[in-house]
Design a protein around this ligand. Sequence first.
Ligand code: GLN
Length: 197
Amino acid sequence: APRVGVLALQGGVAEHAAMLRELGAEAVLVKTAEQLSGLDAIVLPGGESSTMDRLLRLFGLRDPLREAVLGGLPTLGTCAGLILLSSGIEDPAPGQRTLEVLDVTVARNAFGSQTASEEDVLTWGDDGATVRAAFIRAPVVTRAGEGVTVLARHRGEVVAVASGSVVGISFHPELTGETAVHRHLLSLVAARQALPA
Ligand code: GLN
């Protein structure tokens, strides 16, 4: 089974781990740089991006995580996780930084209140697939760089992107029981393993 890390500093860790296990992957909770070794993919969950940023730096995890993603580790960032992956934030919290591994700019807290999520069925990619998405104080992509593919929109705004083996989405598929995005991540693992070494 593929070993998929879930960054476990803060936020919706358990829901992602449960969904990965349901899809037949081994879910590894990642709190230290050592736990990054031997992973086939990683999920950066939703939560509060400025808190996760602080904890990443406090635990010495920011640079090793950044290098792993830049090295081609298939990566899914959801909501706060997308903010962490981005190259910049329009409205950062004071001192907030990002990993700068996905060439997009995001604005925080665009859709959905903390107490009532905003839900929608989105068209995903260009083969007619749909995903059930829940937005909770979700970011929006306001600029996507040249190598970035837009995968989905909500109210006309970009809420899902991919570049190489990095996927970033504004919403929470783990809260609607939507497995398509996690299956997409696992397909990136399979594609990478099919490459000659
Ligand atoms: N608003 C949060 C942030 O800025 C993200 C919310 C979420 O992950 N559901 O990090």
